[in-house]
Each structure stands twice: as structure tokens, then as C-alpha cells.
Design a protein around this ligand. Structure first.
Ligand SMILES: NC(=O)c1ccc[n+]([C@@H]2O[C@H](COP(=O)([O-])OP(=O)(O)OC[C@H]3O[C@@H](n4cnc5c(N)ncnc54)[C@H](O)[C@@H]3O)[C@@H](O)[C@H]2O)c1
Length: 344
């Protein structure tokens, strides 16, 4: 057995490989949903480790292994793992670190040898909003002119990118955050691309929106049914339980992954299914929409909700694209894994 090497990619190198290209990331994420719909993905529900405990965490770590198959003869697909973490300490202490910090490992499915280790933090931020972008593409009203984004953090920024990509006809984004200065910062950052109206009031921001996206750390419902337009509206919820129960019950329902989402017993989907008689057959997965097995928004649909908690397949497909680009561009640092395996 010869020397084994692993390619290490820093965040900066990943950006050189195209990580901030939302169009590319959305295409890769949509491909992962198509593969899932065709039964070509193994993506077990996350294993969650919360500290000090899962329901009352200050820090958490999620283990997210994934395999995505290929239709090409002899291609054994892509396999990888995201070690996803968040720490409320980073926000509270304002210590220069983001809430979420992630690592991705790609391995060879045949030999199981690791091929690459890379930062997963910006991959997460990009692919998370790309999922919302895919949802908006299929579920938003065709003539959606306005969106409301609640949460102007890391995901809030990529959400602006995703909404512009998915809904090019969008004219205005109403943006709400407890820290209105964060909305103002994003309004300035994107001022040449889209009009962003900052606000500290969620009620004020949602009232005229055709699409409402929540990506906050609120940890409880913050969007009330009475504030929403009666006509066609699409809700995209990134963080488990931010839309009021009554919004969920009144909407046609979609998720990224039903099985995984039902492992979160403190989230909106679980509440609707277990306590309010919502049947599994009435909750559709985005993967079936991506393969056209099920319909997205149809004429006559009014409120639609899409709930996501994130899946490793989205990270691994994007990470693999970056890895391929890094090989083409000669980027990254080769680390010696071993000179010779000690025992075989
Ligand atoms: N679905 C997924 O795949 C996925 C992936 C990554 C992160 N997330 C979730 O997205 C959320 C945002 O993550 P982030 O990295 O952007 O965090 P962040 O800390 O960078 O930003 C969160 C923002 O929410 C704001 N906020 C908190 N409570 C609020 C309230 N009641 N009303 C309005 N604004 C409020 C905060 O002020 C902050 O600006 C987190 O809950 C995270 O767990 C989901």
C-alpha cells in the first residue's frame, strides 16, 4: 500500500472553487433532490448530540453521513459526512465566530479512504438557502413580486441570494430581525441588486409578502396567521417551528425529508402530525416535486408551507463539486494521511 493523501480545502479556497455561486449551488442541491426521488440516496436521519442536553442545548453537534448514487456505469457515487455544529455561546459572547461551524469529509466509496476534508460552514449557509430556493422555484406563486425574510443572520444573507436566483421577477424583500441594523447592513450590501426594506417588526414585514421565509434562532413561533395575506402565499421555514401552528394547518404541506423531520418532537411537523391529525400522505417531499412525481404549486392553491431541517446530501453534493473544481484548479493542501498503513 502506498502513501495516502487527503486534500484539505480552506473556506477561502472553496470560495475560489465557486462556493458563492448560488446558481451552481442551487443546481447541485436540486440534483440531490432528484437523486433522492429516484431512490439513489442514503441519508439516515441526523444523530444529534446536544450539550448540556438535546432539548435545551447551548451547543449541538449533528452527525450527517450520506451516499449519493450515480447512473453512470461503474461509478460508485459520492460518499461523505458532515459534522454540523452550532453554539449559542458564539452569538452571546460576540466572539467573532458564527453560530454554525461545520466540517465536511469526502471519502472514496470503494476503498473508504478519505479524499478531502474541508470547511462546511459556508457550504451549509449556501446549500440551506439553496433548498429554500428550490422550494420557492416550485412552490412560490408564479407572479410573486415580494418576499419577506425573517432573520438577517448568516442564512439571511444567503437567503437574499437564493430568492433572487429562484424568483428573478422579485421586486422587493421585506426583512425583519430583532437587530434591525443587521437588515440595514444587508440592504446596503445588496442595494445594487434588489430593494431590501429593513424592519424590526415581523408583523409589518410579512403583511404584503407573497413568500415568507424564516431563518432565525427564535426557537418558537414568530409569524402569526392573522398577519398574512389571504391570497396565495408560500411559507418556507428553515428552523423547525417559526410559523404559527395555524399557518401550518391551513397550508398545503411540503418537507425536505419526512422521516428525519419526525425525529424532532419539538417542531411544527411533529406537532401537526401527532397532535392535530395531519396524515403523512398529505405531506409531500421536495424530492418528489423535483422528479415531477408530485406537483408543486397548482392553480387554485392558496397557502403552501415547506419545512426543512437540512440534509447531508445537500452538503455532500456541493462539497464534491468544490473538490472536483479544486482538483482542476490545483487548489488545496495535500496532507499525508499515512506513509504506510501500520497493520493490514
Ligand atoms: N434548515 C437547515 O438546513 C438549516 C441549516 C442551517 C441553519 N439553520 C437554522 O437557521 C437559523 C438561522 O441560522 P443563522 O446561521 O443565520 O443564525 P444567525 O445567528 O447568524 O442569525 C439568526 C438571526 O435570527 C435573529 N432572530 C432571533 N430571534 C428572532 C426573532 N424572534 N425575530 C426576528 N429575528 C430573530 C437574530 O437576531 C439573528 O440575526 C438557525 O435556527 C439555524 O439552526 C437551518
Amino acid at each position: 500500500m502506498s502513501k495516502a493523501e487527503v486534500l484539505f480545502l480552506s473556506q477561502e479556497e472553496e470560495i475560489q472553487c465557486g462556493l458563492l455561486d448560488m446558481k451552481m449551488v442551487m443546481e447541485e442541491v436540486e440534483k440531490s433532490f432528484v437523486k433522492m426521488g429516484k431512490g439513489m440516496v442514503k441519508n439516515p436521519p441526523k444523530v444529534k448530540l446536544g450539550l448540556p442536553e438535546n432539548h435545551n442545548w447551548t451547543s449541538f453537534f449533528n452527525s450527517m453521513p450520506t451516499w449519493l448514487g450515480s447512473e453512470e456505469e461503474g461509478d460508485e457515487g459520492i460518499v461523505g459526512f458532515k459534522w454540523a455544529a452550532e453554539s449559542k455561546n458564539n452569538v452571546k459572547e460576540n466572539n467573532g465566530l458564527p453560530l454554525g461551524v461545520d466540517v465536511v469529509i469526502l471519502s472514496d466509496p470503494h476503498t473508504v479512504m478519505p479524499k478531502a476534508i474541508m470547511d462546511g460552514t459556508i457550504i451549509t449557509a449556501m446549500r440551506t438557502s439553496a433548498v429554500a430556493g428550490v422550494a420557492a422555484k416550485y412552490l412560490a406563486p408564479k407572479d410573486a413580486k415580494s418576499a419577506c425574510l425573517v432573520g438577517a443572520g448568516v442564512i439571511g444573507r444567503t437567503m437574499v441570494m437564493a430568492m433572487m436566483e429562484a424568483l428573478p421577477q422579485l421586486e422587493v424583500i421585506y426583512m425583519a430581525d430583532l437587530k434591525v441594523e443587521k437588515c440595514q447592513g444587508l440592504a446596503e450590501e445588496f442595494k445594487d441588486q434588489i430593494k431590501i426594506v429593513p424592519s424590526a417588526s415581523v408583523e409589518e414585514s410579512v403583511k404584503d409578502a407573497d413568500v415568507v421565509v424564516t431563518a432565525t434562532t427564535a426557537g418558537k413561533p414568530i409569524v402569526a396567521k392573522e398577519w398574512i395575506k389571504k391570497e396565495k402565499v408560500t411559507f418556507i421555514q428553515m428552523s423547525g417551528y417559526e410559523m404559527d401552528l395555524q399557518i401550518g394547518l391551513a397550508s398545503k404541506k411540503y418537507v425536505d425529508n419526512y422521516k428525519q423531520m419526525m425525529t424532532f418532537d419539538d417542531k411544527l411537523l411533529y406537532d401537526m402530525v401527532v397532535n392535530h391529525n395531519v396524515a403523512e400522505k398529505d405531506v409531500w417531499e421536495l424530492s418528489d416535486v423535483a422528479t415531477k412525481a408530485k406537483k408543486g404549486r397548482e392553480d387554485g392553491d392558496k397557502w403552501i408551507i415547506c419545512m426543512t431541517m437540512g440534509m447531508g446530501m445537500q452538503d455532500i453534493i456541493v462539497a464534491n463539486k468544490l473538490y472536483e473544481n479544486a482538483l482542476k484548479q490545483g487548489l488545496g493542501t495535500k496532507l499525508t494521511y499515512w506513509e504506510n498503513p501500520l497493520w493490514i
